[in-house]
Design a protein around this ligand. Structure first.
Ligand SMILES: [Zn+2]
Length: 427
């Protein structure tokens, strides 16, 4: 069931990696301090032609690694290092210790710092080095996909491989980060699967609807998911400021009727299309804040959830942060200037039409766990006919991205230290 290991993971898990990290070969280092802006320029030879690495003096002083400034056990700066922090501090003297491959600095306040070349190189300010760090340690770049790509991008993993093997767990999480969707197969037909997966990563995210929620036909349903009618494309819980970010849907029983198909579409890809082909509608959907709302009661707890946010949420760099869409959970209160209302409806209708054109359909089998990025994917299901002996039963649950990214980084650090292994099952 295991799919091809991605390029980054393969590199990370290859035995060469730990060999490469064991020691930098000794290099000749030259340093210069640019007086006017206190920039330390470091060059390694024999790479004479390479550009010098640049490190601002104030940043070096702030990140001094000595015992007085840095707490090694917590890997963090000591708080009192800022009690009398002088932004005018200057580099007084720099020397190179080639045998230790380190740079020593004496500061104008007489403090002394030592930085190893490897530590500095990992923190190089060049745009290439920053991008590499962001991709490998912050968040990998997502790849957006359309209907025609679905079979290629959908990775499938065996549930027990994910539970037992750290490298497979990493591949699954990476697939979720990059393509926003992945499928687990052959899980037990057990109500605790979603919780076990969440515990394997970190912990489950509780919401208004509890930790795990059962999606099955309930004649007295108070939420649209609990009816057997078609459930059009939507994102879950758009009415939360901190929207649960990764959804797991575990199929315990599947309807044998013709319906009950899953539908899914990459919301970031729809936003890409809109951005290029209908920029005025893109502007409206990324700027106009919609009132998302859910009022009701679950497990005897009443709730009244509200959050105002656009359909397409952008970060400060214009990248997608989150997609919101849910017809039932869009409030009739629309707290925006009245002249923006009609254009917003036109834009939203086009977004929904484009999403339906790109939606893929498939029917999960008992034991499948469909996992996807709830900040990105729109999902739904076709209607189905249940009888007493023909019941569709899905158990859902959420894990937050913070927890997923954290686990991924922990696994990467362990892999770099040569400690990735098959592990005992987390129940
Ligand atoms: Zn220090």
């Amino acid at each position: 069931m295991r799919t091809i290991t991605s390029c980054f993971l393969r590199k990370l898990l290859s035995p060469k990696q730990s060999f490469r990290l064991q020691g930098l070969s000794l290099r000749h280092i030259s340093t210069t301090v640019r007086e006017h802006d206190q920039m330390l320029l470091i060059k390694e030879h024999p790479q004479q032609s390479a550009k010098a690495m640049q490190f601002p003096g104030i940043w070096l002083r702030d990140n001094c690694q000595c015992e007085q400034c840095f707490h090694r056990d917590s890997l963090s700066r000591k708080p009192n290092s800022w009690t009398n922090f002088d932004t005018k501090v200057k580099v007084q003297n720099v020397t190179v210790d080639e045998s230790r491959q380190a740079v020593n600095i004496v500061w104008s306040d007489r403090h002394r710092s030592t930085f190893s070349l490897s530590w500095l190189k990992e923190r190089d300010f060049s745009s290439e080095a920053r991008e590499r760090y962001m991709n490998e340690w912050y968040r990998p770049q997502s790849k957006h996909w359309g209907k025609a790509d679905f079979d290629k991008i959908l990775k499938k993993f065996d549930y027990w491989d994910v539970m037992r093997s750290d490298p497979v767990l990493m591949e699954w999480l990476e697939a979720l980060m990059i393509h926003g969707v992945a499928m687990l197969k052959n899980s037990p037909l057990d109500i605790g699967v979603v919780k076990s997966l969440a515990n394997r990563i970190g912990f489950i995210r509780k919401t208004t609807y509890g930790e795990e929620f059962s999606v099955r036909f309930r004649p007295d349903a108070k939420n649209y998911s609990y009816l057997s009618e078609p459930l059009p494309l939507h994102t879950d819980l758009p009415y939360y400021e901190y929207k649960p970010s990764v959804t797991f849907l575990h199929t315990l029983e599947q309807s044998r009727s013709k319906g009950g198909w899953n539908t899914i579409v990459d919301g970031f890809n729809i936003a890409d299309q809109l951005r290029v082909h209908q920029p005025q509608h893109f502007k409206s959907l990324s700027e106009v804040r919609v009132n998302w709302c859910d009022i009701g009661e679950d497990a005897d707890k009443a709730f009244h959830n509200m959050w105002r946010a656009p359909v397409i949420n952008l970060d400060e760099n214009g990248k997608y942060a989150r997609i919101n869409h849910s017809v039932p959970q869009r409030d009739s209160h629309f707290s925006i200037d009245v002249d923006k209302v009609t254009p917003w409806y036109e834009a939203n209708a086009i977004f929904v039409r484009m999403a339906h054109e790109q939606e893929v359909t498939f029917k999960t089998e008992p034991g499948d766990v469909l996992s996807f990025n709830n900040l990105r994917m729109l999902h739904g299901r076709t209607g189905y006919d249940d009888s007493e002996r023909n019941v569709r039963h899905i158990v859902g649950g959420f894990v937050d991205w913070d927890i997923v990214y954290s686990k991924m980084r922990v696994l990467k650090r362990a892999a770099l230290a040569g400690r990735v292994e098959n592990v005992a099952i987390h129940a």
